[in-house]
Design a protein around this ligand. Structure first.
Ligand SMILES: [Mg+2]
Length: 395
């Protein structure tokens, strides 16, 4: 298994696209929301990191070149980057814009040689560097790629997984965020070795239901397969087929908003953000139309897209024919939350308030069911689908 992870991706793409930026401290993001989304290694030398307020970054690095994000460009580079992996195998799982796994076992050349070829090709053709980790499974290869960035190339031979993992701090294991790491540290389980040595029943006291999985990880065991996607990336989608064909626009728009609620809750639970929305309609004669739109920046909040859904529905609904189905898809996945973690201006503060509200709603719904919180469109949908009987034909 090989894990591939681009280094300082957004900033590196900007430097690749414009030779004048190479060797200079460059950061992406910031202008709109005041936060650094990606910093070149030249900038990191000044102490610039993500997420950091742009104001602070400028203080640390007065010559910092701060660029607004160009996500179309990053997605194009991402497709090019993964195309070099696809040259060798279809078994590629793209987990975010700049990270993915490939299973190179079916390739007739030695895995290390192929991994090196992919990395060299990306560097030469795209002028960006990637770090690669090679190991027995997803867990080991992913940690190996991230341990010594940038431009890392780390091979963990089979049989050496334990020796590789055990000296590392617990936070390297998937599923252990900062809060869990702090609890584990307080329990005296600071290293992966400590977790491996602790019986699962005890571990459950700190980790709950995640304990068995994390215990297996601590022993270097991971049987998660590479899941090659027919599409370039994973997406979140939902559709609804109506018992009777529909023509009522407010009802259809409310249906899409409810789908957005549901899908964005999943996006948040996965710690992701998305940039592209697709609305699809199916007419009563089974033909379909769809439209896609990309946001300026990725988001994990449904409230950022509510306003677009009605417009997209009207654009997708080209024919004056009643609808049998509507669907919403969220794609172009990014890791992590974008935008203000440190609220600086009014819009960032409002955004932060909406994010906190979204978290509260997610928790309430997980505990007490979806209907515990009703938004405007939920109330509209509660009235049920409008009667589709054409006017004048009623009793
Ligand atoms: Mg990366």
């Amino acid at each position: 298994m090989t894990h591939l992870d681009a280094d300082a991706f957004f900033a590196a793409v900007e430097q690749a696209a414009d030779p004048r930026l190479r060797g200079k401290p460059v950061a992406v993001g910031g202008e709109r929301r005041g936060i650094i989304a990606s910093a070149s290694y030249e900038a990191r030398r000044f102490g610039v990191y993500t997420p950091m307020p742009s104001v602070r970054a400028r203080q640390l690095c007065p010559h910092l070149i701060l660029l607004p994000g160009d996500f179309d460009k990053y997605e194009q580079f991402s497709r090019w980057m993964f195309s070099y992996a696809y040259d060798f195998t279809p078994n590629v799982e793209i987990t975010s814009i700049d990270e993915g796994y490939c299973d190179l076992r079916g390739v007739r050349r030695p895995v290390i040689e192929v991994a090196r070829t992919i990395r060299d090709a990306i560097r030469q053709a795209l002028k960006i560097t990637v770090s690669e980790g090679i190991g027995a499974n997803k867990l080991v290869s992913q940690i190996a790629s991230k341990l010594e960035k940038p431009a890392a190339f780390k091979f963990v031979p089979s049989g050496e997984e334990i020796a590789f993992l055990h000296p590392l701090p617990n936070r390297w294991l998937p599923g252990i965020g900062p809060k869990t790491a702090a609890r584990l540290n307080a329990a005296g389980l600071a290293l992966i070795r400590h977790i491996a040595e602790t019986p699962v029943e005890w571990l459950s006291l700190v980790l709950g239901r995640a304990a068995p999985q994390i215990h297996r990880f601590a022993h270097g065991l991971d049987d998660r397969p590479v899941v090659p996607a027919s599409e370039p990336a994973k997406s979140y989608s939902q559709q609804e087929t109506f018992p009777q064909d529909q023509t009522d626009e407010p009802f259809l728009e409310a249906t899409l908003r409810r789908m957005a609620d549901h899908l964005f809750a999943q996006v948040r639970a996965d710690g992701r953000s998305v940039r592209t929305l697709t609305v699809k309609v199916r007419y009563n004669d089974r033909t379909e139309d769809q439209v896609s739109e990309s946001l300026v920046e990725p988001t994990d909040l449904e409230t950022d897209v509510y306003g677009r859904l009605g417009l997209m529905l009207r654009r997708a609904w080209r024919r004056r024919v009643s609808l049998r189905l509507v669907a919403l898809k969220l794609s172009n996945l990014y890791d992590g939350r974008f935008g203000a973690e440190l609220p600086l201006d009014r819009s960032a503060q409002q955004r932060e308030a909406r994010r906190r509200l979204a978290d509260v709603v997610d928790r309430l719904r997980a505990e007490r069911g979806r209907d515990v919180v009703m938004r405007g469109h939920d109330l509209l949908l509660r009235q049920g689908a409008p009667d589709p009987t054409p006017r004048g034909l009623g009793p």
